[in-house]
Design a protein around this ligand. Sequence first.
Ligand code: ATP
Ligand code: MG
Length: 417
Amino acid sequence: MTSRKPKVVTLDDFETDCIPSPLIEIHRRLRRGGHDALLVGGCIRDFLLGLSPKDFDTATDARPEKVRKLLPKAFIIGRRFRLVHARRGDTTYEIATYRKEPPSIKSPRGGRGVSPENTYGNQREDAFRRDFTINALYLDLRRKAVIDYVGGIRDLNDRMIRSIGPPDERFQEDPVRMLRAARFAAKLKFTIDAEVTSAIHANKYLLAHVSRSRMRDELMKLFLTGHGVASYQSMMDLNLLASVFPQHKAAGPMIEQAMLESDERHASGHKLSPAYLFGAMLWHFYSDRLKALESERGENMKAGELRQHACYDVLRMTRRYVTLNREAQQFILSIYTLQNRLERKLNIRRTLDHPRIRAAIHLLALRAKVGEVDPTLVAWWEKRQPPQVADRPRKKRSSRHDRRSRYGKRQLKTARS
Ligand code: ATP
Ligand code: MG
């Protein structure tokens, strides 16, 4: 796994027409400037598995300033790690200079790049700073060759998630990698290597140090990108969910239903709202909290106030782990407090005029699916709810931009060039 010379596999039948043409031009310009230009990371992994890459990342030995000079419409972004973004039409391509894992990153704080500087490296070091072997492959578009320093091709063929370097150390450097392992296992239906699994068990407490915004981003990727059910299962198998939502077990059936819906909506191209998903995931905590408050303070507080209180308590608990902006919090408060009116068919006209009524009825339907409310009540409200306005299917990408590999899954025979 640590050999100095990489394995190089030539893809004889590789057609560059499955790569966006602006990206080919970006690589051409970098090479003309005397630099490396390689695709790297998830796009190679997905491409080799016959999946559509979500995005295309480029790695180069050119420093950001040089990249910017070589490419029109390119901007340097980021303070800790400077990257270049090149805008082409409505797509932004990311070009990153080879880096190495800075030795100063030791503290388990969940922030990648604790070191203030960019720590540039060579191609090999860039491969070794990545998280899992399947994410560290490079593709040279001109030579149609995959470059592998870490055994990523073998692990793709074995459908294995293996850490680059000792997983304990790698998770201590950046605990988010544990969530990434769960995500890739779910998305790709891969097995997590036993060493990685036991390192996750030993280090999962470090997730408490992950910044709330990174946690939110990762949770969105886990649950809103079409494999929510599998991600939830994978998080449960690894016992990771408790680090994000303590006492989540009782909420299991509702969360599973929410994931199922999220995957269906993703498959049919419908809009997915993170606030709704959090609302559904947290519902159980809210209803438990409400019950507790009712028995503690039911005599001194109005029912509406109790509901608000319960909701604020749950949001406060959640904000400790995940960023939730004001709008998302307001959204959750609305769909929770509307449940009472829906259950009792109160203020029908006013309730139907509420801007969040569709989402609230949706939550009611979810609750019906887990046996909390009568399904006929849901049907009653659904018949009366206003038609949907903005929730149209997402625009499908044109076939020209559909980057699903036309070759299906590739069988990779390793050969040394
Ligand atoms: P996807 O785009 O499907 O979510 P990805 O593997 O492309 O998966 P990105 O977040 O786009 O994930 O990251 C691009 C690449 O950067 C990864 O493939 C990996 O090589 C590297 N990378 C990302 N996050 C980390 C991390 N926390 N630690 C080490 N390397 C990382
Ligand atoms: Mg990616």
